[in-house]
Ligand binder design. Structure first.
Ligand code: ZN
Ligand code: ZN
Length: 306
């Protein structure tokens, strides 16, 4: 089956696993200490927010399984162009806390200005969160620039705040499906982007030889039937997998000479539950550097029709 269900972590094990992985990372990469301190805080907030969302009432989605199956068959992710009501009263305070953490973690004034804009209503929290869920980078970028705010930081804050919600949504949609058409459509999903939200993977986590793509936004997990470039499906000589560090063959970069894209892959004992995928991403920042030094990049978000 292409879609892989990753069991959600439970407190306190989730926090303990996170701490263990952070400590291991800090030990081998002391230079990453400031980044680790910040990410630890952000992750703590996301774990709390995730628990609040799991405990609350989710919106009823009018997404019939057959309808989603037909979308997936056309290569359109499930949530694309769907009006999905967001729990703004739960997510808005999280936006502010995330700004505080980012301000303390080095983004200082830039993060505080965003916080201020949300508090005084210059940025309407509901619209910002909705634009993030829709993956509407242009709208967020324009809105931020018009208000003199750092666009990348506004995008990040909104993405982090929405991520626990969209993670739960994709689980509710794809787990325990009692519908053959949707099950078949998910099993046949052979795209490099996420079948739920359409984002590209942050990394591929490899467990027991299974290369599982992990969505950078909703943390969904899926396997592809073939081994090639996740962006353009190149499977020939132009697609190479290499370990930049000879002694760490468990951490590799897949690079494509045809489209210029790259993907990080790491071997792990188990797939990371939400939101610990962020740790896999931070653990492999040296692979991003190596790939970019060789001229590879990550493509922008894919755009979809209806
Ligand atoms: Zn996703
Ligand atoms: Zn490619």
């Amino acid at each position: 089956m292409a879609y892989v269900a990753v069991l959600p972590g439970k407190q306190p094990e989730l926090a303990e696993t996170a701490e263990r992985r952070w400590a291991a990372l800090a030990a081998v990469r002391p230079d990453l200490a400031p980044a680790v301190t910040l990410q630890r805080q952000l992750l703590g907030l996301l774990i709390e927010l995730g628990a609040a969302i799991e405990a609350g009432r989710l919106p009823k989605l009018s997404l019939p399984p057959r309808y989603i199956a037909a979308k997936l068959a056309r290569g359109v992710p499930s949530f694309t162009n769907e009006p999905i009501p967001l729990p703004v009263p739960v997510l808005k305070p999280a936006l502010l806390s995330l700004c505080d953490a980012l301000a303390a973690g080095g983004a200082a004034d830039a993060a505080l200005h965003i916080r201020e804009a949300i508090v005084n209503g210059s940025i309407e929290a509901g619209s910002l969160l909705a634009a993030s869920l829709k993956r509407d980078q242009a709208a967020i970028r324009i809105g931020a620039t018009q208000r003199g705010l750092a666009p990348d930081l506004v995008w990040l804050v909104a993405e982090l705040a929405v991520s626990p919600f969209v993670h739960v949504l994709q689980r509710r949609l794809f787990w325990h499906i009692d519908n053959e058409a949707l099950e078949a459509a998910l099993a046949a999903w052979a795209r490099g982007y996420c079948p739920a939200c359409g984002s590209w993977p942050a990394v591929a986590e490899v467990v027991d030889g299974h290369r599982t793509l992990r969505c950078s936004f909703c943390s969904s997990a899926w396997e592809l039937p073939s081994y090639g470039c996740i962006y353009c499906d190149e499977q020939g000589a132009a697609f190479v997998t290499a370990a930049p560090n000879e002694e760490r063959k468990d951490r590799r970069v897949e690079a494509c000479g045809t489209c210029g894209g790259y993907l990080k892959t790491i071997d792990l004992a188990e797939l990371s539950p939400f939101p610990l995928l962020a740790i896999s991403d931070i653990e492999t920042t040296d692979l991003d550097v190596a790939a970019m030094e060789h001229g590879y990049g990550r493509p922008p978000l894919k755009e979809f029709g209806c």
